[in-house]
Design a protein around this ligand. Structure first.
Ligand SMILES: [Zn+2]
Length: 348
């Protein structure tokens, strides 16, 4: 039998279903039903191992733990993680050694194409349409200065690129990695993916250092952005051959109570769980087991590749960490209870 295409789509900062319900008062039943109709099963208690993109994505791709308690993000480590996200990791090596063509959709500076990539889909850092749209808004220039390149349109384009790729024929099997910088803030997309630029929807996190009064509108805007992204993802999966393997995950959840602005040893249990609860759904070949209900991201590609090889799955025990903001953060990674330890062990 020919090898199936494998799509790994990372939706940056997509909340898990139960968090969508409790924090955003949105029922994801519709999305879940669509995934199930398309043959994907959902791991409803899935968790990230790391709280930040720069560690979470390389760890998912490599199927290993890359930072332990107390580890700081040194410039050397930062470069190492960057290269892993760019393609120097176990998953890419596995697929390439089996004749797969590796297609890489960049999501941000943390997931640029490395030298292993066969087909690089660049993240557009400059976009003419958007710059025209910006310049017509009074706050356009301010946003540009504060946030740098406008990410929303670029991320939407990557989703459309995936949809296009999904419906094209291939000669050799593909491993498609896509880091989509959505539903990550800014919150400029309505539920039908129309762009609406407004100052109160800007910022890089759902909560940000915002005045409390802004939060109801921001929570609503985030859930609308999720609705847009979910519909796009369903469209992509519908365009794929039914035999293709599809893995949809988020790298971490959102932060709605200002977590990223307080020191990590002061996060409450609720704040930690909101950030580490992730979306995870997969359509694996028929003979493979489903993702475990409480899968952690480090094991996802281990499960996929072991099953494609018809090998015994070697899962790692779950460990979870809140990791530093960046190289200037002087404190190290903080270990927090694993999902099975919640309620039994104290949070630090
Ligand atoms: Zn992220």
């Amino acid at each position: 039998m020919s090898q199936p295409d494998v799509y790994l789509i990372i939706l940056d900062e997509h909340a898990r279903g139960d968090v969508m319900e409790s924090t955003f008062h949105v029922d994801q039943g519709h999305f879940n039903e669509a995934l199930s109709r398309l043959g994907l099963s959902l791991a409803e208690q899935a968790t990230a191992n790391y709280s930040m993109t720069y560690a979470s994505i390389p760890s998912l791709l490599d199927g290993t733990y890359l930072m332990e308690a107390g580890d700081r993000l040194t410039p050397t480590q930062e470069l190492n993680l960057y290269l892993m996200a760019a393609g120097s990791n176990q998953s890419v090596a596995w697929f390439r050694s089996r004749g797969y063509r590796y297609v890489h959709f960049e999501g941000s500076l943390s997931t640029q194409c490395g030298r292993q990539v066969d087909d690089c889909r660049r993240f557009p850092t400059y976009d003419e349409t958007m710059s025209v749209l910006w310049s017509q808004t009074p706050i356009g220039g301010v946003i540009d200065r504060l946030l740098g390149p406008f990410p929303t349109k670029g991320a939407l384009d990557q989703l459309d690129g995936l949809q296009q790729l999904a419906s094209t024929e291939r000669e050799v099997p593909r491993f498609v990695f896509a880091h989509v910088l959505l539903p990550h803030a800014p919150l400029y997309l309505d539920e039908r993916c129309r762009i609406r630029v407004a100052k109160e929807l800007g910022g890089r996190t759902v909560s940000g250092p915002m005045h409390e009064d802004a939060m109801p509108a921001r929570l609503k805007a985030y859930s609308e952005q999720v609705e847009c992204v979910d519909a796009k993802v369903i469209g992509i999966i519908e365009a794929l051959p039914p035999t293709s393997v599809v893995v949809i995950v988020s790298d971490h959840g959102p932060t709605t109570t200002g977590q990223l602005w307080i020191t990590r040893d002061r996060w409450t249990a609720d704040q930690i769980e909101e950030r580490l609860s992730v979306l995870a759904a997969a359509r694996l070949p028929r003979d493979c087991p489903k993702l475990p209900e409480d899968v952690s991201l480090v094991n996802v590609m281990r499960i996929v590749t072991a099953c494609l090889d018809d090998q015994q799955i070697q899962q790692l025990p779950e460990r979870r960490y809140l990791v530093p903001w960046g190289t200037k953060d002087p404190s190290g990674a903080v270990r927090v209870p694993s999902s099975s330890e919640i309620g039994r062990l104290p949070y630090p």
